[in-house]
Design a protein around this ligand. Structure first.
Ligand SMILES: [Fe+2]
Length: 287
């Protein structure tokens, strides 16, 4: 084996992974080593900076548990989550664009019936959320699974406030009807800060970056024979649409949440008239 040298460090270390039996592991590790070594040489990393980085990553792991995922947050604020999502799910035609999963899909969404309310604590501004899931030819997708979750009016997910919010608040797992439609009662989402009391928050503060995400509702839609899509719908006019801390906004995912004056529809939905309505149709690609 060639001995380590500053000039050829990347080649020497990459070669040590060159015999890995798994070709993908070989490719990923040799590329990772080349980029890491180029980075260290580019910034001429000091020993103190290296120690700071080790401490930062250690604390990122220590901050993570079953309901707090600091590593996903780190990936998010570096734009890596968004990039991985984007290169793996390139939308075509009228299919719905994807965006980040985010760190709060840490519990199973409770199964619910179309028309149910997911706002278990009755806080916030009521909102009727509805849409239709269709395939590439516009065909309705019956029986699609629509998994939704969102923060409450104060900007927190249920898992961040055990004992304050009921478990499963503002989460639901729905199935589309025969026409591919879904609808449920919720509340108008609000912008919120990603958790900033850990290492990722320190990084943002040191860089002069704010931790806010524009108002949104998360979706994962799956159906047999179609590619799943992980996405959000964003509320038009929300603060931070142009500076999302995790780079998740795509123009095609922004929707108005108008005040609707329709007493009959309000009565059917179980809402006071007038009411806010968020419509988000979802186009899937064949798998
Ligand atoms: Fe979110």
């Amino acid at each position: 084996m060639e001995l380590f040298s500053e000039e050829r460090s990347a080649e020497v270390v990459a070669a040590s992974f060159g015999e890995a039996a798994d070709p993908r592991l070989r490719h990923v590790m040799t590329s990772l080593v080349r980029h890491l070594h180029a980075f260290v040489k580019d910034v001429e990393l000091t020993e103190a900076e290296w120690a700071t980085a080790i401490d930062f990553l250690t604390r990122t792991g220590q901050k993570s548990d079953a309901s707090r995922q600091e590593f996903i947050l780190l990936s998010d604020v570096l734009g890596v989550s968004m990039l991985v999502e984007t290169v793996n799910h390139r939308a075509t035609g009228d299919s719905t664009e994807s965006t980040v999963l985010g760190p709060f899909h840490v519990v199973e969404s409770p199964p619910r019936e179309v028309g149910d309310s997911i706002a278990l604590d009755d806080k916030g501004t009521p909102c009727l959320v509805s849409g239709q899931v269709t395939g590439p030819s516009g065909e309705p997708v019956a029986g699609a699974t629509v998994d939704v979750w969102q923060a409450n009016e104060d900007g927190f997910y249920d898992v961040q406030q055990p004992g304050i919010q009921p478990a499963g608040n503002l989460r639901g797992l729905f199935h589309t009807d025969a026409e591919g439609r879904f609808w449920f009662r919720s509340v108008v989402p609000r912008f919120y800060p990603i958790p900033s009391d850990g290492p990722v928050g320190e990084l943002l503060a040191a860089a002069g970056r704010h931790p806010y995400r524009p108002a949104h509702l998360h979706f994962i839609v799956t159906a047999a024979g179609y590619r799943p899509v992980t996405t959000h719908v964003f509320v038009a006019g929300s603060p931070y649409l142009d500076s999302d801390a995790v780079f998740g906004v795509k123009e095609s995912l922004v929707r108005d949440v108008p005040l609707v004056d329709d007493p009959a529809r309000a009565a059917t939905a179980g809402l006071d008239n007038p009411f806010r309505a968020l419509t988000f149709d979802i186009g899937l690609l064949h798998s």
